[in-house]
Design a protein around this ligand. Structure first.
Ligand code: CA
Length: 232
């Protein structure tokens, strides 16, 4: 399977912050997504396509710093145009009563309330999907959210040939952004695997087991596993 490293691919398109040269496990490089009134909206582009995948695990450390009640998209992989462009789209969605994690795969939505995800703290979020039964599982700080979702993109494959954008939703490939879906906060150590990780592997993915650093990204050192598709 093709392996490529995120530090080779990230091209920053807002401000002058330099995030090239990321090292695996380097949490000193945190991508910050400030509130912005720019028509571009804060975002970073990984200008490399993903391979076709019939299962995957996406992990990242997220610190949401806005308490607005809306959707905050942290990962978007778009293929094609228009309504079918959400090949993968992952977000945090806040309402008056809940904070949900959401993911769209092949334009099909899974959502689940995860009470342990709180605003203003770093949390490790992992989302797994397999085309078998279309099963989606959400993990916050290594614990699976209360339930799983089935029937999402059953028997399909995530297509290749698209573009990844961090911190924004793409309605078209590389564009179609809207301010009310922009991510506001910090993001680091994003890892993507083209396989279904189990709970023990989730624990070792994207670093950090130490209770001391439970809510800060930290390096899990030799037992850490990092994404074979995107590795940060
Ligand atoms: Ca949109």
């Amino acid at each position: 399977m093709v392996r490529f490293m995120v530090f080779c691919l990230l091209a920053l398109v807002w401000s002058t912050t330099e995030i090239s040269g990321l090292r695996r496990g380097d949490f000193s490089k945190v991508v910050k997504f400030p509130v912005s009134s720019s028509s571009q909206f804060p975002r970073a582009v990984i200008s490399k396509s993903l391979p076709p995948m019939d299962e995957f695990t996406l992990c990242s450390w997220l610190k949401l710093t806005s308490s607005e009640e809306r959707e905050f998209v942290f990962f978007s992989y778009a293929v094609g145009n228009g309504g079918d462009s959400d090949e993968i789209m992952a977000s945090v969605n806040r309402t008056t009563s809940t904070t949900e994690l959401k993911i769209k795969i092949a334009n099909q939505l899974a959502r689940l309330s995860c009470a342990t995800f709180t605003v203003g703290n770093f949390h490790k979020v992992c989302i797994t999907w397999t085309s078998v039964k279309g099963r989606v599982q959400f993990y916050v700080d290594e614990d699976m959210c209360s339930a799983q979702v089935n029937g999402v993109a059953v028997g399909t494959q995530v297509r290749n040939g698209g573009t990844i954008v961090l911190g924004q939703d793409q309605d078209t490939v590389g564009g179609g952004f809207s301010s009310d879906q922009s991510y506001v906060g910090d993001l680091t150590q994003l890892n993507l695997f083209d396989e279904l990780l189990d709970q023990d592997q989730i624990r070792r993915a994207s670093t950090c087991l130490s209770k001391t650093f439970k809510y800060s990204p930290c390096c899990y050192q030799e037992d850490e596993i990092s994404g074979n598709i995107i590795s940060w």
